[in-house]
Design a protein around this ligand. Sequence first.
Ligand SMILES: [Zn+2]
Ligand SMILES: [Zn+2]
Ligand SMILES: [Zn+2]
Length: 760
Amino acid sequence: MRTPQRQRVRVVVRGAVQGVGFRPFVYRLATELQLAGWVSNSAQGVFIEVEGARDLLNRFLLRLEKEKPPRAVLQTFESSFLDSVNYSGFEIRESEDSGQKTALILPDIATCADCVREIFDPADRRFHYPFTNCTNCGPRFSIIEALPYDRAHTSMKAFTMCVDCEREYHDPQNRRFHAQPNACPRCGPQLQLWDVRGQIIASQDEAFRQAVESVRAGRILALKGLGGFQLIVDAKNEAAVLQLRERKHREEKPFAVMVSSLKAAQELCRVSELEERLLLSPETPIVLLERKQAALLAPSVAPGNPYLGVMLPYTPLHHLVLHSLGIPVVATSGNLSDEPICIDERDALERLRGLADVFLVHNRPIVRHMDDSIARAMAGREMVLRRARGYAPLPITLTSDFRLPTSDGVLALGAHLKNTVALRLGENVFVSQHIGDLETAQAYTAFVKSAADLPHLYEAVPQLIACDMHPDYLSTKHAAHFSAPVRLVQHHWAHIAACMAENELAPPLLGVSWDGTGYGEDGTIWGGEFLSIDAVEFTRTAHLRQFRLPGGEAAVKQPRRSALGLLYEIFGEQLWAQDDLLTGFDPSELSLLRQMLEKKVNAPLTSSAGRLFDAVAGVIGLRSHASFEGQAAMELEFAVQPGIEVAYSFLVREESPLVLDWQPSVLEMIDDLGKGETRAMISGKFHNMLAEMIVAVARRTGLDKVALSGGCFQNRYLTERTIDRLCAEGFRPYWHQRIPPNDGGISLGQIVAATMFAPR
Ligand SMILES: [Zn+2]
Ligand SMILES: [Zn+2]
Ligand SMILES: [Zn+2]
C-alpha cells in the first residue's frame, strides 16, 4: 500500500493505567522507536499522540499492548491514524484536567486475564463461576441504568454482596475495589437451563454441563450472554448449522464463529499482527479474517466466503463453554433475521420459539441490547464495521475545527438501515450501539428506546434534532416527537461529515460517498456521489450515470433487475432483441419489467454505486438473486484476483454536475464475456475502473484531500485500490477507522453536518 510516509497516531487508553508507570513506559517506547509526540493523563484516560513512519507507528501500537507494565490493564484501546502535525521530540505532558467534564460510561469489557485464571483455578472461590468480573473487566454499558455508575444504578442492584465480596469491594488494595458488578457463587447471579416452555431443566454447574452436552449433540442453544441472547451450535456439524439457517430464515449470510483461543483462530484463518491485536483486545470484536483453504468447518457456516468472522470468548461463561466444548461454535445473534437481539429470557422464549432447543439463562437483567461488534483490517488499519459491544458508547471527540459554542444537546436519529443514534455534548459525540434495520416493530421499538436512552443517561435535553432527508424513514418521522427544532441532513453528506470528524479533516475536500441508496436533494435516489465540501456547505460535483431500477426497492434482492435497468439505459428498445442478455427471466416477468422501464413507472432513477455493483454481478451472471443487501457486491469483490492492473474504460460527461459514465465499461465487459474471459479478470477491471473514476474527479476538482465513505468502502479491494491510486497521483485519501463507513456512521455525520454547516 502506498500511504503517506509520515503520519500521526492518536491513542486513547482507559483502565488501570494511572500510577502504574504507564506514561514512562510510553515515553521509553516512543523514544526507542524514534517517534515524536506526547503522552498525557486526564480524567478521561491517557491520551497519546505519536508521529513518524508508518511501520514504526504500527510497531508502537502492537508493542503498547504487549509490553505494557505488569500492573497496567487496558479496558479500552482506541487508535486512529491522522495527518502529521510535525511534532519534534517526545514529551510527557502535564495532566490536563480542563475541558469537558462529562462522565464517561465505559463499554462492556472482555474478561481480563486475572479473572480467567480464577475461573479455571479449582482452589479459587470463583472456580467455574460464570459471572466473575473485576474493576478491569466485565459488564458496564449493558447493565447501567443511570449515572453515576454505582451498583444501585445498575441491574446488579438486586444482588446483595456477601461478606467476602463486600470486603474486596471496600479494600483499596484489591482488584475488586469499587467493582460495581462484583459477585461470587454465593451472592451473585446464577445460571439455569430451560426447555422451550421455560421449565427449569437444571441449575448452576449442572445447567452449564447439560448446555454444553446439548451443543455437542447438535442442538441449538440459546445463550443469554452479555448484551443479549446468542444462538450457539457446533460449527463443525453441518446438519446443525443447516438447521440453524433454516429456522432463522437466513439462507446464506455468513455466520460468525467463536473459538477458544488465538491458536484455534490461527488454525482456521490467516491472522496478521494487527488482526491478532484486534482479536485479543478488550473490545474483542468479531474480526473478519481470511480463511485457510483447509479450514475444517461445516460448509454452511459461511458459504462461498473467503473470509470468516471470528471472535474469542469475552465473558467467563463463554470461556467456560468454549473450553469445555473444545470445538469452534457458531455464535450468532439471538433473533429472527433482522430484528434486534433479545435481552430478556421471557421475551426470548417467545421470540426464539422454534429457533432454539434449550435456553441457558441467568438472572442478571440486561438493561440494553448490545450486539457483537465487527472489525476488519483495511489498508493496514483497523476498521470498525459494526460498533456495539466493547466500543459503544465511547465518544468521538471533535477537534477545535468542529466545535461550535451552541452545540450542546444535539441528538441525531440516524439512517433507516444499520441505524444508530448519537448525542453531542460539547466536544464529545456519543454514538449509540448498533440498533439495526428499522424494518420490524422490534427494531423500531429499540430505536425509540435508544433515542430516549442517550439523553436520559447524560441528563441532556436535546436542543436540536438532526435526521435524514428521506420523508418516509421512521427515524425521520420520529423527529416530530421532540419539541426541539429539526435539521434535515442529506444522507451522503452525512457519510462524508462522519469521515471528516473521525479523521479531523477540515474543508476544503472532496467527499466520495458511495452506498446502496439515499434520498437525494432532487428527489432521486443517490448513491454514487462526489461532494465538494467547503467551509459552509457541500456541492454535488459529480455522480455516477443514472439508470432505472424496475420495481424499485425489489431490485435490492434481485441484482438481475439492476442489470436489466442498466442494459436498458445503454441499449434502449434494442435490448429486447438481444436474447443472450436476457437469459434467466421468464417471459411474463420480463414483459412486466419491460413495461416498467418503457413507461417509467415504478422504475426510479438512481446513481447508486451499490446498485451498479449489483447490475454488473447480474450482467456477468455471478448472481441473479441476493439473499441480503450487498451480497452481489461482496461476491464481485471476492472474485477479484490480486495483480490485475488493467481497467475498463469510462467517460466523464461535461455536465453540471459531472457525470461518470460507465457505459464503455459495460460494453467491454459484454465483449469479454463473449471471449470467455474469467470473472476474476472482469471483476478486477471493473473495480480498477471505479478507482480511476475517483482519481479523475479528484484531478478535476483540484482538491487534494479525498474522504471515502458509504457502505461500498467496506469492500477491501475497492478501498485499498482507491487509496493506492490516489496516493500515487499525489492526493491524500482518508477513510473510516472507528466509525463504520456504512449507515452505522450516519448519526455522527448528521451531528457534524447539522452543527458545523449552514442549513440548506
Ligand atoms: Zn477481571
Ligand atoms: Zn459474594
Ligand atoms: Zn448510506
